[in-house]
Design a binder for this molecule. Sequence first.
Ligand code: FES
Length: 254
Amino acid sequence: MTPTETLTGKRHRTDVNPMRVLTLKMDGQDVSAREDETLLTVARQNGIRIPTLCHLNGLSERGACRLCIVEIKGQARLAAACVTLARQDMEVSTRSPRVLEFRRRILELIFSERNHICAVCVSNGHCDLQDLAVELGMTHVRYEYMYPRHEVDASHPRFSVDHNRCVLCLRCVRVCDEVEGAHTWDIMRRGIAARVITDMNQPWGTAASCTGCGKCVEVCPTGALSEKGRSVAEMKKGREFLPYLQMMRRDELH
Ligand code: FES
C-alpha cells in the first residue's frame, strides 16, 4: 500500500491525478475515490458519518481539531480524515473502539482547555461543540479544567470575541482570508498560548481591514465570536437534559 499522504493546509495537491479512480474499504464497505479526495470526502459520499469541528465545506483544510480521526490498517498512528488522501487498497475504520475512545478524549481535552460553560453561553443550544459532546456521549471530562482567564474584546460596534470559548478551529481566519479576502484574522503564539487576533493584535474595533461582513461570526462553531444583542434561548430550562445529568453522576462514581 502507498504510504499515507496528507493535505497540509493547501486547498488542492498538485501532484495527484484527479482522474485516477481508486478502490478502498471503509468500515468494511467497498468504496471508490478519486486520487485527490480525502477520506472525509469519501466517507460523506458513502453516507458514513465522521464528526468534524474545524472542517467547513468551501474552506481549506487545517486538520486542527483532530476529531475526524480514523484508523488505517497497517498504520500505528490515527489519521485525521479531513487531511488524509484516499489511497488504493486502504482499509479504513471510522468507528473502531480505539477511534471512539480517542475521539472522546480529544473532545474532553478541548473542553478542559478553556471555559465552555454552556449554561451561560450565548450559543447554548446552537453550538457545534455542544452537539459533538452529545453525539460522542461525553457525560463528563476526565481531565482537570484549566480555567484560563482570557479577555473578551467587545470593541467592535457589532461583534465581540470571547477567547474563553475559542477552540482554535481557525474557521474565522480561513473564511476572512479565503472568502472575504480581508485577512483581518490571524493566529499568534503556539500551543496552549495560541489565540486568534485581528490586524496584528489590535482591538477588533480598530482593525482597519475588517469589512464588518460578519462571516467569521457565522462560521464560528462555538460562542467565541458573536453578534451583539443576538443571544439565543439563553438559560431556557430543558427537562429533557435530566437523564443526562443522572448519567453523568453515575459515571463520576466509577
Ligand atoms: Fe479534521 Fe478537524 S475536522 S482535524
